[in-house]
Design a protein around this ligand. Structure first.
Ligand SMILES: [Zn+2]
Length: 319
């Protein structure tokens, strides 16, 4: 692990999942428009990271690496068996190709990230966006999913991926993660406690966000022989506004202030700001969100040039 604790660090990890984060939990038809803009959002993010010379960790769902797949879907992978979903986890897999179903396959996106002049990290976000923390996910189901990601990646790059971001930030099956030769994962950080906290605590957190107050910077720690690099900030658009999701009512300018103040707090304490993003939030209808984010990138670049902060990817923490 890096011993230079006195210099603050900033790391971006980007959950890149297209349809895979939506099909088991929501109605895909509600997202046709935003998914159609997904590739445009990735282009914008890549362009912006290039403009401000900032590398990021792209945590990509393994199925998106494929050009195509066939029926029956992925018979070599042990499937998780959750009591909240009937039948095979892969029942929504179209078993077609990228031309037919571009929300389920995306080798073009991976190529673009790899071809960027900025040295981004390609990391894993699981093969099929399964829930690793649910008791329905056995060791074998977890390992098979993770191992499939490594096999596909190694086939193309003759090396393994080091970093992993858990779907929905639900951390579990760490032994399988280690056995599949990953080295670093993103813990849920402050959001872990928030999930199980009272309505009052959630309201307080929302108020804190409205006032633009910083989230606490994080530090890396060792867990089950892996490095946990937890989230400090989940920077989400959260639109449309929804009464069940108080965070969706936080003004975009406040979200910008939270992020900027969180990075300042990391600089002040010599700790780490770990910022999670989703490309789906950066589509064409997110102009204001984009404008604010660009200001954040400019601020990070300035801070880096002054020597106040080091920009790293997740795997840099173990290199
Ligand atoms: Zn498939």
């Amino acid at each position: 692990m890096d011993s230079k604790k006195s210099i603050a660090k900033v790391v971006f990890s980007i959950d890149t999942e297209l349809a895979w984060a939506r099909i088991h939990h929501r109605n895909l038809d509600d997202y046709t428009e935003s998914l159609a803009e997904y590739r445009n959002a990735v282009d914008w993010l890549l362009h912006s990271f290039e403009k401000y010379e900032i590398p990021a960790t792209w945590a990509i769902v393994g199925h998106l690496f494929l050009n195509n797949c066939t029926s029956p879907p992925h018979p070599n992978i042990t499937k998780p068996e959750y009591d909240w979903i009937e039948g095979d986890w892969y029942k929504f897999d179209p078993c077609s190709d990228v031309k037919e179903d571009p929300f389920f396959y995306a080798p073009d996106i991976i190529e673009k990230i790899s071809d960027s002049p900025i040295k981004h990290e390609i990391a894993s976000h699981s093969f099929a966006h399964i829930n690793f923390a649910d008791p329905g996910c056995s060791y074998k189901a977890a390992f098979d999913d993770l191992n499939e990601c490594q096999l596909i990646y190694r086939e193309r790059n003759s090396k393994k991926m080091k970093s992993f971001v858990f779907p929905q930030d639900k951390v579990g099956n760490l032994k399988a993660l280690r056995d599949a030769e990953f080295e670093v994962f993103r813990g849920a950080g402050v959001y872990e406690d928030l999930r199980s906290s009272s309505k009052f605590s959630k309201l307080l957190f929302t108020l804190k966000n409205i006032f633009g107050l910083a989230n606490q910077p994080i530090e890396a720690s060792l867990e089950n022989d892996l490095v946990n690099l937890p989230l400090s900030n989940h920077h989400r658009l959260e639109r449309p506004m929804n009464i069940n999701n108080p965070y969706s009512f936080v003004p975009l300018y406040s979200k910008y202030l939270v992020l900027r103040n969180s990075i300042k707090a990391a600089i002040k304490t010599g700790r780490i700001a770990h910022i999670g993003l989703h490309p789906i939030d950066f589509g064409l209808n997110s102009e204001k969100f984009r404008t604010h984010f660009e200001k954040i990138l400019a601020f990070i670049q300035q801070s880096s040039k002054k020597g106040n902060i080091q920009i790293i990817t997740m795997s840099d923490i173990v290199d």
